[in-house]
Design a protein around this ligand. Structure first.
Ligand SMILES: [Zn+2]
Length: 326
C-alpha cells in the first residue's frame, strides 16, 4: 500500500468519553475504541497518546485528526476557546504536543465543524455550493461547508449557529451568557424550558409533566408527548417551530442547498414538519429546492470528519480547495 492510501486515526474528544477509530474514504475501518475522558489536560493528552500508540502497534497510519469541543485555531492546532465540558483545556497546544510525541501529521478541529465535514463527505455533499449541519443536542452546534471547504470564519468561530438571536424579549439566558440564543429554545434544554413554561399554572390532573416538582427532564417531556400528553405534545410542536426559526435565519444568510440534522434530539424531530414550518418562514426562492437530510454518521461524524480532513489534505479531491484543511 502506498503511503497516500493509508488510513488516518480519527479521535472525537468529548466531555465524558473519547471515541477513536481508523478511517479511510469517509468510512470507519474496524471497530472504534471508547474510553472515558480523564480529568485535566495532562491526563487527556496521555489518554490520546495511548490510543494513538495502540493503533500504531497494528497499523501504519497517515496521520491523526482530533475533534474537540471549544474554539480551535486550525492553523496552529491550539485550543483558543474554553469549554465547560473540558475544564482547563483552553490554551492547550494540542497539535504541537501530538506531532512532537508521535511524529504523525495531526489536525485539530472544532467538533461540530469536524462532524459537518464528515457528514458532507460521507453523503457526497462536498460538491454542493453550501451544506449546513445542525446538531440538536443539549445545545445546538453547527458547521458550514462551502464548495467542499469548511467555513471557519475570521476568528475560527464560524458556524456557531446556536447563538443566533431568535427573540428580543430577553426571556431565556443561554449557556454563553447572552439572551435568547437559538440554543436556549431549539436544544433539549430549550424543549424542557418550553414545556415548563406551558405547564405553569396548570394542575396535576391536566398533564403528567405538572406532577414533577422541579426534577422534570427533557426525556420526561419527550416520553409524555409520545404517550399523548397534550401539554408535552404542544411543547414538542413549539420546539419544531423554534428549530425552524433558526434554520430560516441561516437560509437567508447562506441560501444553502441542504441541511443535515444530527444530534441526540434529532431522532425526535419530524423533518417533514420542519420543512413545512421552514417553508412558511423563508423566501420561496431559497426554500423551494432546499433539502433536509438526517445524519448518516450520528455520533461517529466528528471522529470520521476529523480523520477525513487529514486524508483530504494529503490527497485533495477535485472539487475541494487544498487550502481548506490542514
Ligand atoms: Zn448563546
Amino acid at each position: 500500500m502506498e503511503k497516500k492510501d493509508l488510513p488516518a486515526i480519527g479521535i472525537d474528544l468529548g466531555g465524558t468519553k473519547i471515541l477513536a477509530g481508523l478511517v479511510a474514504n469517509s468510512h470507519l475501518v474496524g471497530e472504534p475504541v471508547r474510553v472515558p475522558t480523564p480529568s485535566g489536560p495532562e491526563n487527556i493528552i496521555k489518554a490520546l497518546l495511548d490510543i494513538i500508540a495502540d493503533f500504531q502497534k497494528e497499523h501504519l497510519v497517515l496521520g491523526v485528526g482530533i475533534a474537540t469541543a471549544g474554539i480551535v485555531d486550525t492553523e496552529s492546532g491550539a485550543i483558543l476557546g474554553s469549554t465547560g465540558n473540558l475544564p482547563g483545556w483552553e490554551g492547550t497546544a494540542l497539535k504541537h504536543v501530538i506531532e512532537e510525541r508521535t511524529a504523525l501529521r495531526t489536525h485539530v478541529e472544532n467538533d461540530a465543524n469536524a462532524a459537518a465535514y464528515g457528514e458532507a463527505r460521507a453523503a457526497g455533499l462536498h460538491t454542493r455550493t453550501c451544506s449546513v449541519m445542525v446538531t440538536l443536542g443539549t445545545g445546538i452546534g453547527g458547521g458550514i461547508i462551502l464548495k467542499g471547504s469548511l467555513y471557519r470564519g475570521a476568528h475560527y468561530a464560524g458556524g456557531e449557529v446556536g447563538h443566533i438571536k431568535i427573540s428580543m424579549e430577553n426571556q431565556r439566558r443561554c449557556t454563553c451568557g447572552l439572551w435568547d440564543c437559538w440554543e436556549a429554545y431549539g436544544s433539549g434544554r430549550g424543549l424542557l424550558a418550553t414545556a415548563l413554561e406551558m405547564a405553569r399554572g396548570k394542575s396535576k390532573d391536566q398533564s403528567v409533566i405538572c406532577e414533577r416538582d422541579g426534577d422534570l427532564t427533557t426525556k420526561d417531556v419527550l416520553e409524555a408527548a409520545a404517550a399523548g400528553d397534550i401539554i408535552a405534545g404542544n411543547a414538542l410542536k413549539k420546539y419544531h417551530e423554534h428549530v425552524a426559526v433558526g434554520m430560516s435565519a441561516l437560509c437567508h444568510v447562506l441560501d444553502p442547498d441542504c441541511f443535515v440534522i444530527s444530534g441526540g434530539m434529532s431522532k425526535f424531530v419530524d423533518l417533514k414538519l420542519i420543512k413545512e414550518l421552514l417553508f412558511d418562514r423563508t423566501l420561496p426562492r431559497i426554500a423551494e429546492k432546499l433539502e433536509i437530510y438526517p445524519s448518516r454518521l450520528s455520533e461517529k461524524a466528528g471522529m470520521i470528519g476529523a480523520a477525513q480532513i487529514v486524508l483530504d489534505a494529503v490527497n485533495p479531491i477535485e472539487s475541494m480547495s487544498t487550502t481548506s484543511a490542514c
